[in-house]
Write a new protein. Sequence first.
Length: 123
Amino acid sequence: MPEGKSQNTKGQPGITQAALFGLCPRCGAKGLWAGLGALAERCASCGLEFERHEPRGRGMYLVVLPITILLVLAALKLDDIVQLPIWALIGLWGTLVPAVVTVALRYAKATVLMARLEKEGLL
């Protein structure tokens, strides 16, 4: 067993499962997310408090800003390559941008949450 790893982490969901499927980092039950990008107050199964460890504030700008810049650059490049009608652009970017930003925020919040929980020895 690698040093620093305990056996109680075996079978627990990883960051991707927690972010995308809303699985509790401790017990694996669904219910990590209360909204699109907001953590639930606590796990219904094991009682682990998520809200107390939720990353808030300016730190999330470090996730949203680079994603937004990349999406704007992708939109400009796509417009240069394929000049789509405005209704197609509104449909494409109106669905793609919220989906990408939500997934990125969920992944970042799940990563920070799991790091904070592991630091406190709750995992």
